[in-house]
Write a new protein. Structure first.
Length: 269
């Protein structure tokens, strides 16, 4: 049987080296789910979390009783709605979404494709919202999912306007373009980030699974610090930067004003 690359090595009979063992194991169970594994059998849950099956079943039952997990008639576990309720209360996302939604809606009306709102969390972008027209092209990422900073329009904006220390730590990593799995040149990425800062906007193109263009702009908050990034994702054919760029920038400026940003929001900010 091939090993699951997402599995955590199991150490039988040993508790986590620090912290509350029950809490640590609960987090490990919840962390076993991701965009590629939204539904897991008990065996998969145990393997991916590194928790013995008997313990995984007992803890999953407690999480299910609280609403953090749900179990279908087929016996598979999924993340419960109670977690979504709790997560929706996060101040960082809640206030931002409330301000942004009207402007995201306007942008979706203009483009009739995908509109994304994302924030940086560590070394990834987290997608807070995605509005999609009925005829929009397929995209790789879903709300709540993590996006690579170097391989998405919103990610490039979030990285370009991050603190220098964050940028240097990220650039020191071995990076691959996703999903192509092509190595990223550090020098090229540095030039790209400098251009994004100079222009106040990112233009990103991807050829697989189908050619797309993403145009993204930064959103700033009350302290004039980067709060988020907004973008549109459209098919490469027929993509008109003369229309997309101003539309995205206008939405980003409006959201920034709603969040209390005071400085002008333009190229070379």
């Amino acid at each position: 049987m091939s090993e699951d690359p997402g599995a955590v090595p199991r150490v039988r009979g040993k508790r986590p080296p620090q912290g509350d063992p029950v809490v640590d194991r609960a987090f490990a169970l919840l962390g076993a789910f991701d965009a590629a594994h939204p539904s897991l059998t008990l065996g998969e849950l145990a393997r991916r979390s590194g928790i013995p099956t008997s313990s995984a079943l007992r803890l999953a039952g407690r999480l299910q009783a609280w609403g953090a997990l749900e179990r279908g008639a087929d016996g598979r576990f999924t993340v419960g709605l109670r977690l979504w309720e709790v997560a929706s209360l996060a101040p960082r996302a809640r206030g931002l979404r409330q301000v942004a939604m009207p402007f995201l809606g306007d942008l979706e009306e203009v483009t009739r494709q995908h509109v994304l709102l994302a924030v940086r969390e560590g070394g990834d972008a987290v997608l807070l919202e995605r509005l999609s027209a009925h005829a929009a092209i397929p995209v790789l990422y879903q709300v709540g999912g993590r996006l690579p900073l170097h391989s998405t329009g919103v990610g490039l904006v979030l990285l370009a306007f991050a603190d220098p220390a964050v940028q240097e730590e990220y650039l020191a990593r071995p990076l691959l373009h996703e999903p192509e799995q092509v190595p990223v040149s550090e020098a090229t990425l540095r030039r790209t980030l400098a251009e994004v800062r100079r222009e106040g906007m990112a233009h990103f193109r991807r050829r697989v699974p189908r050619p797309i263009v993403s145009v993204a702009a930064p959103v700033f908050g009350a302290a004039d610090r980067l709060a988020a990034a907004v973008s549109v994702v459209v098919p490469q054919e027929g993509a008109d930067a003369r229309v997309l760029g101003p539309a995205v920038r206008t939405a980003a400026r409006a959201i920034s004003r709603g969040l209390g940003a005071r400085r002008p929001l333009g190229p070379g900010r």
